[in-house]
Structure formats: structure tokens, C-alpha cells
Design a protein around this ligand. Structure first.
Ligand SMILES: Nc1ncnc2c1ncn2[C@@H]1O[C@H](COP(=O)(O)OP(=O)(O)O)[C@@H](O)[C@H]1O
Ligand SMILES: [Mg+2]
Length: 260
């Protein structure tokens, strides 16, 4: 069997010490294959961001191991890039310069650098906004710049922590659709954190459901509905309900008329 692109094996993590110590993750185990979109889904505070940070080498696990192409992950690397909910563009740099930022420190010829940056900007549809500054862009466009910056690095894996949570639903739907288009074109591997059930069903090949206190992997659900997915299709509702069932929420949220 091929080695999975990312492996998380029996990861434990606590914060604080002594009486104030809180166990955030317990025995977290999952893997991600090349070209998959895997979502970590669970309630706020269940440890999703912590797990994603450990996956990217930004935090250390107390126990267990993380592997990337079979090699232990000990620190952040450019093969695994994190995209945050807070879009951290530099306000004094243009779109072009913000995307170039991702390539700083890489030994690339100017022509090669330009090609990479333009390729990434074309993928997100911003090739005509090179000279704009972040304050001239909508939230959705700013997040596109951040996506382009991540793509220009050409990482093996992009980690996304609620990347669309700050956007209105129209922009969110739009960018989710765009992300799928880009992902398909480049066969990018994505690990996404969300507490938005529609986002999880729309984007994921597999949804990893986490329980809270401490965060554990409760269940994995494979979303078999063909992509691109219609949000109103019966299959979409089926998977939505299947996930809600894990939180014993399906009756209240889907069929309020059954609540007596
Ligand atoms: N650096 C930290 N120090 C102390 N506690 C933390 C730290 N990071 C996260 N926590 C705690 O760990 C728990 C899980 O947090 P987090 O991983 O951010 O959850 P989620 O992303 O699922 O909302 C929360 O109770 C949070 O307060
Ligand atoms: Mg979080």
C-alpha cells in the first residue's frame, strides 16, 4: 500500500500544567491521501485548530507522531502551508508583492518566480489586479490573494483553518466552488478545519468528526456524492443528516415539525 501523504498516529495534547492542565486531544489518529480533501469537523473548542497546528509542525504533540510522506514532522516546512481565517496580507504591499512574499528566501530565477506567481494569480482569477492593495479588495478577493500565495509555494498539502468563516455566504459559496476547481486542476491535498456542516459536505472527500473534552476522532464519513455537488440534492441532505446524527442534532435541525 502507498504511504499516505499525511499520517497522524495516536496524538495526545494537553495545555497548561498542574491542576490547570487540560487535555485537548486524546489518541487522535487519521491519515490523508494525496489529492484528498479531508475535513476536521467538530464543535468550537474541540481541538480542531490544535490538531491542524500539530499537523503543520506549528505545535508539538505530547505523545504520538505526525508523518508527511513517511517522514516525521518536527517543524513547519514549505511543503505544508497553512491558510488562516484571518487573512494576513501585508497592507502596504500590492497583490503581486503579497503573493511573491510566499516565495521569499527561495532560490528562483526572476522569470521562474514571475511564472509561479502569475500561475497562482490566474488560478484564483486575480491576474488583472496585480497592482491593487488589500484595502481596495473585498474580503473574498483578499482571501483569494492568500490562496494564491499558498499555491505559489507549490506545497504538497494546504492546511486551512476555517478559511471562509469571515465571508458572507455568497462569497463563501463562490470561493468554495473556486477552491474545488483549483484543487481538481492541481490535485492539491487539503486538510480543512470547519464547524460549518455545509462546507464540510460540499468540499470533503472524507469528514473526520471530532468529539470534545478531550478531542477524539469519533467517526470518519466518506462523502460519496459526485463533485461538483448540488447543495439541494437529496444526497447532500443525506450526508448532512448523517453528520448531524453524530451530534444527535438531526431531528431538531432538519425537521423542526417533529419537535413536540
Ligand atoms: N496555546 C494554548 N494554550 C492553552 N490552551 C489552548 C491553547 N490553544 C488552544 N487551547 C485550548 O484548547 C482547546 C481547543 O482549542 P482549539 O484547538 O482552538 O479548538 P477549535 O479549533 O476546535 O475551536 C480550547 O479549550 C482552547 O481554549
Ligand atoms: Mg479553531
Amino acid at each position: 500500500m502507498a504511504i499516505p501523504m499525511m499520517e497522524v498516529i495516536n496524538v495526545d495534547k494537553s495545555f497548561g500544567s498542574g491542576e490547570k492542565q487540560v487535555k485537548v486531544l486524546s489518541q487522535a489518529t487519521f491519515h490523508v491521501k494525496k489529492g484528498e480533501i479531508v475535513t476536521l469537523f467538530g464543535k468550537s473548542g474541540c481541538g480542531k485548530s490544535t490538531l491542524l497546528n500539530i499537523l503543520g509542525g506549528f505545535e508539538k504533540a505530547d505523545k504520538g507522531s505526525i508523518r508527511h510522506n513517511g517522514e516525521p514532522v518536527l517543524k513547519p516546512t514549505k511543503t505544508c502551508v497553512m491558510l488562516f481565517q484571518q487573512i494576513n496580507l501585508l497592507p502596504w504591499r500590492s497583490v503581486l508583492k503579497n503573493v511573491e512574499l510566499g516565495l521569499e528566501g527561495e532560490k528562483l530565477k526572476p522569470k521562474e518566480k514571475w511564472a509561479r506567481v502569475m500561475d497562482a494569480l490566474k488560478l484564483v482569477g486575480l491576474e488583472n489586479s496585480l497592482d491593487k492593495f488589500p484595502h481596495e479588495l473585498s474580503g473574498g478577493m483578499q482571501q483569494r490573494v492568500a490562496i494564491a500565495r499558498a499555491l505559489a509555494i507549490q506545497p504538497d498539502v494546504i492546511l486551512m483553518d476555517e478559511p471562509f468563516a469571515a465571508l458572507d455566504s455568497f462569497n463563501r459559496y463562490n470561493l468554495q466552488q473556486e477552491l474545488l476547481r483549483i484543487q481538481k486542476k492541481k490535485n492539491t491535498t487539503i486538510v480543512l478545519v470547519t464547524h460549518d456542516i455545509d462546507e464540510a459536505v460540499y468540499l470533503s472527500d472524507r469528514v473526520i468528526i471530532m468529539s470534545s473534552h478531550p478531542g477524539r476522532i469519533q467517526k470518519e464519513i466518506t462523502i460519496t456524492q459526485m463533485k461538483p455537488r448540488s447543495r439541494t440534492h437529496a444526497d447532500f441532505q443525506y450526508f448532512r443528516r448523517k453528520i448531524l446524527d453524530e451530534f444527535q442534532l438531526s431531528t431538531e435541525l432538519i425537521a423542526p415539525e417533529y419537535n413536540i
